[in-house]
Design a protein around this ligand. Structure first.
Ligand code: ZN
Length: 111
């Protein structure tokens, strides 16, 4: 007799979840001692609980992607990737259209 065990959450689901977070502008970073740093917009904060229940899988995904999941920041106004910020902290400014005060979540959200 063969038993087929269906797990509640397949790795595909976790990958989709991570993809959705990434599109929402989240930054997930794998830190020392297998700690995960979440920078997530409020609109997607409820997804963290789900991810936390599958930490081992999430760590695997992060390791496979170089320890970090995030989109490349771009200007919400002109969609340019030419953003800069001092010391890589705080809000971005756009070198193409001159827009200032672009926060991290806005810059990383997929438009
Ligand atoms: Zn711009």
């Amino acid at each position: 007799m063969i038993l087929v065990v269906e797990t509640f959450s397949t790795p595909t689901t976790i990958i989709e979840l991570v993809g959705n977070l990434k599109k929402a502008g989240a930054v997930l970073t794998l830190e020392a001692d297998e700690k995960i740093k979440f920078q997530v917009p409020e609109s997607a904060a409820h997804l963290i609980d789900m991810l936390a229940q599958h930490k081992a899988q999430l760590i695997g995904i992060l390791q496979a992607r170089g320890g970090r999941v995030a989109t490349f920041p771009r200007c919400p106004n002109c969609l340019s990737f030419a953003l800069y910020r001092r010391d890589n902290l705080g809000n971005f400014a756009c070198e193409t259209c001159g827009l200032k005060g672009i926060d991290e979540v806005t810059a990383r959200r997929v438009h």
